[in-house]
Design a binder for this molecule. Structure first.
Ligand code: NAP
Length: 249
């Protein structure tokens, strides 16, 4: 038996469980299983691992992506660069290695969505949380210059008050890395001068529920290219699968 699972605090619905259970079925992997483990605190992780000796791979979700680091033996380069872990690999000798595949998923989906590189393809990242950090690492790797936009001024970053039509005109790529617009708050969207958007803009929403967020709908109305976070979600899951099979990217 090879057991996999997801750790987080509240796990009502899990994309990962559905995704991997279907994958095991389609590959005919009868000895594979994916379970949900709600942990009241991350301090419960060692007890979980002791009780589940067949557990060889875990996904990590909110709020443990950063706190889990102290429980691991090693961080892969992806996790050190992002400063957060969303995948744990339990090696055959029992070591726990932390990885970050959110960054891989975002990077690989952006490659096909956004064709511009260098100064002509500057980006704005809305938010500065865990997902935004994964986005930042991917943009650095792809050579796309960016600014973060937050509600309160954060170091040299921008606030929503700074987002003039001129500033938007100078940034072809706008990435929503906040939860704004997520179901059931479908009527909300990040505070932007949407009238300044054109067909030269690319709007990438990390949110995937609803399929078309208000941020995307407003971008589409202005002729911009739009994308939601579903492909990123699938690519990060595939990257986790590769890691658990010794094919880390
Ligand atoms: P997080 O750590 O909670 O970060 C939230 C960020 O959003 C913070 O910078 C926060 O800004 C900002 N924010 C929160 N509420 C806001 C509001 N009402 N107005 C403006 N900004 C607000 O969340 P996260 O883990 O980074 O995740 C962000 C989103 O990405 C979530 O919707 C998550 O589901 C999604 N995500 C998608 C994928 C995927 O594979 N598609 C992967 C990871 C995450 P302040 O600093 O101003 O508080």
């Amino acid at each position: 038996m090879r057991q996999f699972g997801l750790i987080g605090r509240t796990l009502n619905y899990s994309f990962s469980q559905t995704y991997f259970t279907q994958k095991f079925y389609s590959l005919g992997l009868k000895e594979h299983q994916y379970d949900l483990f709600e942990l009241a605190t991350i301090g419960e992780l060692p007890g979980l691992l002791a009780a589940q000796p067949n557990l060889v791979g875990l996904n990590v979700t909110v709020p443990y992506k950063e706190a889990v680091v102290t429980y691991l033996d090693e961080l892969a380069a992806s996790a050190s660069r992002v400063g957060a872990v969303n995948v744990i690999e339990r090696t055959s000798d029992g070591r726990l290695v932390g990885h970050n595949t959110d960054y891989v998923g975002f990077r690989d989906s952006l490659r096909t969505f956004f064709p511009i590189r260098g100064e002509g393809g500057r980006a704005l990242i809305l938010g500065a949380g865990g997902a935004a950090k994964a986005v930042e690492v991917a943009l650095r790797e792809l050579g796309i210059p960016y600014w973060n936009v937050t509600r309160g001024r954060l170091g040299p970053g921008l606030t929503y008050e700074d987002l003039s039509p001129e500033l938007l005109a100078a940034h072809a790529l706008i990435i929503n890395a906040t939860p704004v617009g997520t179901f059931p708050n479908n009527a909300e969207c990040p505070r932007l001068p949407y009238e300044a958007l054109t067909e030269q803009h690319y709007l990438y929403d990390l949110v995937y529920n609803p399929t078309e967020t208000l941020f995307m709908a407003k971008g589409k109305e202005a002729g911009a290219h739009v994308k939601n976070g579903f492909e990123m979600l699938c690519l990060q899951a595939e990257a986790a699968w590769d890691i658990w099979h010794g094919n880390a990217r």
